[in-house]
Design a protein around this ligand. Structure first.
Ligand code: NAD
Length: 396
């Protein structure tokens, strides 16, 4: 099959196996170019390990610290007629590289919210490394089935209290227009917290601990975002922001149960991922942010962000430092610095359809978006026949 990108709105329905592998290898090479981690975990469980921040969180401890990894994700394998999802091919490539490097790697494709997945992963830890000493929680999902009641909850990206009108970039057409998003009702807020809050994170940690597969002194981290005031109504003060507050409350409960310094929320930078491209308003902010940070020389992608998270915090001899007043790790510090935010704000005021290409990095945004699906990578022949069926070494 010759595989080309097929984009529809904020998704791309095809993915390229060699391109995804090249993307994973680029990230591995970056990690190998950095100093080895001081105090790396031995075995890491990454929940949501196939794309974006979770994939980077699997690569950094493995290739920067020799850690064994167990990855959990929800992806589609390819068939002879259809390409698999990018996260599937990323995971296949990760396992191949891990095997070459002699690193333990096991992957699970299925619903991380289910009791069955937790049981399977626990059984694999017992059979394999015995215990995990780090758990990274990096799920981004539009829905969750409650494992006990079977009830399905759906998350929404809406403001709370009042409607929100703001500039928005249609990433298909490159048009900047204004959108208005109506506020969520109470039920939508509750449902979003159920999906994207910390309930499932706590269920994972409790299940691992009850089964005796969580090492003494293990740590765990989940990811959050804050961003600029102009996106507060849709993010920080919106439904997803409520879920992130719940995540922080979960971290506090985990620390109470397992000891201070066990659970952290890390606030990460806004980056192009499959999850963030679905949030209204955010793609325009990211296009401007990339322009400003690239010019300032401090732009980072997922892999650079997570390298810094491990090197300076999770795998540093001293442990996590410079926590904020809510006990969060801040690797969004460069994004949130005053000069960067001021520059983005000035551009935001000016941005329109006509000047978008001059004042923003929309072309960089688009390149990055296609790269998520394995397109536009150097050294990949996109006109060549390729086999969409790629098995995972570890089965499933
Ligand atoms: P992503 O879409 O790239 O990755 C989501 C992962 O979750 C994938 O591995 C996917 O397979 C997995 N997943 C989804 N539903 C699942 C299910 N039911 N069972 C098993 N796996 C499932 O997302 P991302 O942007 O890397 O986001 C990860 C976390 O980082 C989220 O909590 C997000 O809020 C946070 N974050 C993202 C940004 C950003 O700009 N992208 C910034 C700060 C924080």
């Amino acid at each position: 099959m010759i595989i080309k990108p097929k984009t529809r709105g904020f998704i791309c329905t095809t993915a390229h196996p060699e391109g995804c592998a090249a993307n994973v290898c680029e990230q591995i090479d970056y990690v190998k170019s950095q100093p080895a981690l001081e105090d790396p975990p031995k075995n890491v469980l990454v929940i949501g390990s196939s794309t974006g921040y979770g994939l980077a969180s699997r690569i950094v401890p493995a290739f920067g610290g020799g850690a064994g990894t167990i990855g959990v994700f929800f992806e589609k394998p390819g068939t002879d007629r259809r390409t698999g999802s990018a996260g599937w091919y990323n995971s296949v490539a990760f396992e191949e590289e891990a095997q070459k490097a002699g690193l333990y790697a096991k992957s699970f494709n299925g619903d991380a919210f289910s009791n069955e997945m937790k049981e399977q992963v626990i059984a694999a830890i017992k059979d394999g490394p015995g215990q995990v000493d780090s758990v990274i929680y990096s799920l981004a999902s539009p829905r969750r089935t409650d494992p006990d009641t079977g009830e399905v909850y759906r998350s929404v990206l809406k403001p709370i209290g009042q409607a929100y009108s703001q500039k928005n970039l249609n990433t298909d057409t490159g048009e900047v227009n204004e959108i208005t998003i109506e506020p969520a009702n109470e039920e939508e807020i509750v449902q979003t917290v159920k999906v994207m809050g910390g309930e499932d994170w706590e269920l994972w940690l409790n299940a691992l601990s009850d089964a005796g597969v969580l090492a003494d002194g293990a740590n765990t981290v989940a990811y959050s975002y804050i961003g600029p005031e102009l996106t507060f109504p849709i993010y920080t003060n919106g439904t997803i922001g409520r879920a992130k507050v719940h995540l922080e409350e979960s971290a506090a409960r985990l620390n109470e149960k397992f000891g201070e310094g066990t659970a952290y929320v890390s606030v990460n930078k806004a980056l192009v991922t499959q999850a963030s491209s679905a949030i209204p308003v955010v793609p325009l902010y990211i296009s401007l942010l990339y322009k400003v940070m690239k010019e300032a020389g401090n732009h980072e992608g997922c892999i650079e962000q997570i390298q810094r998270l491990f090197a300076n915090h999770l795998a540093a001899e001293s442990g996590p430092k410079n926590l904020d007043d809510r006990n969060r790790i801040r690797i969004d510090d460069w994004e949130m610095s005053e000069p960067i935010q001021e520059a983005v704000h000035e551009l935001w005021e000016l941005a329109n359809t006509d000047n978008l290409d001059q004042i923003s990095d929309f072309s960089g945004y688009r390149e990055e978006f296609l790269k998520l699906f394995g397109f536009g990578l150097n050294g990949v022949d996109y006109d060549a026949e390729t086999d969409p069926e790629r098995p995972l070494i570890s089965g499933d």
